[in-house]
Design a protein around this ligand. Structure first.
Ligand code: DC
Length: 210
């Protein structure tokens, strides 16, 4: 059983994906973390995230250790991740790993919840269930800002909103694997839903009740 979850930054995909995976006993893959880890490597190597050759090289060299880098959720890496994600060589380098994870989940789990931007459209178009999770840019920025502020980051809500809008634009406008809703996906708008309500709606969809 493969559940694909796509949607823009800070829409609540991560929390929802983790809760669904826990509930069904499925494995969980946050594919954004792969792009973030590539970005983190590029920055560490002193290269520009707009340098396509450097980004593709770092994607090909990615290891499990990179996924545990401490800077993955910082604004600097978030911004760089949305840049390296526009490079076709980066996307190609990460494709097989994502497919293998979903089709042969670790620890013999009976399914996988895979979240990202292009999971239902490109990575796993044959997924059993597809969700598109979104919320208004203002609500997403506020959620992200609360998270950052709780972690002690000195950043204003206006700055976070600007960065969310900029990342949306880059995710939607890139030539390859741009963010869009897959045919047959269930649209879950969490603008007015708390996490419990969003989880209930997602669970009902995955279980085939709506
Ligand atoms: O979901 P996230 O914010 O952690 O993703 C980080 C960046 O990676 C984001 O700008 C879009 C990109 N991404 C992508 O292009 N394709 C995916 N499947 C997942 C993330």
């Amino acid at each position: 059983m493969i559940v694909a979850i796509d949607g823009p930054a800070a829409a609540g995909k991560g929390t929802l994906a983790r809760k669904l995976a826990d509930h069904y006993g499925f494995a969980h893959l946050d594919t954004g973390a792969l792009y973030r880890a590539v970005a983190s490597r590029v920055l560490r190597a002193g290269a520009s995230p707009d340098d396509a050759a450097a980004a593709a090289r770092e994607a090909e060299a990615l290891t499990g250790t990179d996924l545990r880098a401490s800077d993955l959720r910082t604004e600097r890496v978030s911004d760089a991740a949305s840049r390296v994600a526009t490079v076709p060589g980066v996307r190609a380098a990460l494709l097989e790993f994502q497919r293998t994870f979903a089709r042969h989940p670790p620890e013999g789990r009976p399914g996988a919840v895979v979240e990202g931007r292009d999971i239902g459209t490109v990575v796993l178009p044959d997924a059993d269930k597809k969700l598109f999770v979104t919320a208004s840019a203002e609500v997403r920025a506020e959620r992200r800002w609360r998270e950052l502020a709780a972690g002690g980051a000195a950043v204003t809500l206006a700055e976070v909103l600007k960065s969310v809008v900029e990342r949306d634009r880059r995710d939607q406008e890139r030539a390859q694997s741009s963010l869009r809703m897959a045919a047959g996906a269930f649209l879950l708008d969490t603008t007015k839903l708390d996490i419990d309500a969003a989880f209930d709606a997602a669970k009902a969809f995955v279980s085939g009740q709506n």
